[in-house]
Design a protein around this ligand. Structure first.
Ligand SMILES: [Fe+2]
Ligand SMILES: [Fe+2]
Length: 184
């Protein structure tokens, strides 16, 4: 069974203490990519590992999307205004598509037809989205000189709240659209 599947659900937000907004979000990105990599290396018949990895990826993605939509994107919108190269609406739409795929995993079980394909499409989409954030949005936010430490504190606090909520609900909130704002 894959090692990554045994680690606790969404890592404690405390790991982000002292990190600025971009460091916090980048570390979330690396965490979810690790889960994607682990899934790709998991044997076809190791359904338990696949199920655990998909569940953890959905949890990580749910929390990450919410904190970006509630805190990062509005702050970016304020700082960047109308920017030729960075379209935050595109980011919201990509989040929306990811949420739709996350919801599929509420009923899809490992071994079901479509489980692996849905996970692959979700991971490809997220990898593309991460690449855009890290190559375009994040560097531009650094250039603007906004207070990324204060923003990081806000993101970390909201993340801690959501992780607690998720744990209390036994992860049943994953895919709950009422938790986030969706496209602006
Ligand atoms: Fe994002
Ligand atoms: Fe992100």
């Amino acid at each position: 069974m894959n090692e990554a599947a045994h680690k606790p659900a969404v890592a404690p937000a405390a790991r982000n203490s002292g990190a600025d907004a971009i460091e916090l979000l980048t570390s979330d990105h690396r965490a979810v990519e690790k889960l994607f990599d682990a899934f790709e290396k998991t044997g076809d018949d190791d359904l338990e590992a696949k199920g655990a990895l998909a569940q953890r990826a959905c949890e990580e993605l749910t929390v990450h999307s919410i904190i970006e939509e509630e805190i990062l994107y509005p702050a970016a919108h304020k700082a960047l205004g109308k920017h030729d190269a960075i379209d935050l609406n595109e980011a919201f739409v990509e989040h929306y598509l990811v949420k739709t795929l996350v919801e599929k995993f509420e009923s899809l079980k490992p071994g079901d037809k479509g489980f692996d394909a849905s996970f692959k499409v979700m991971s490809d989409l997220v990898r593309h989205h991460i690449e855009e954030e890290e190559s375009e949005l994040f560097p531009e936010l650094r250039r603007r000189g906004i207070n990324l430490v204060a923003l990081g504190d806000k993101l970390g606090a909201r993340k801690a709240q959501l992780v607690k909520k998720l744990e209390r609900a036994g992860s049943k909130l994953v895919g709950d659209r009422s938790l986030s704002f969706g496209p602006a």
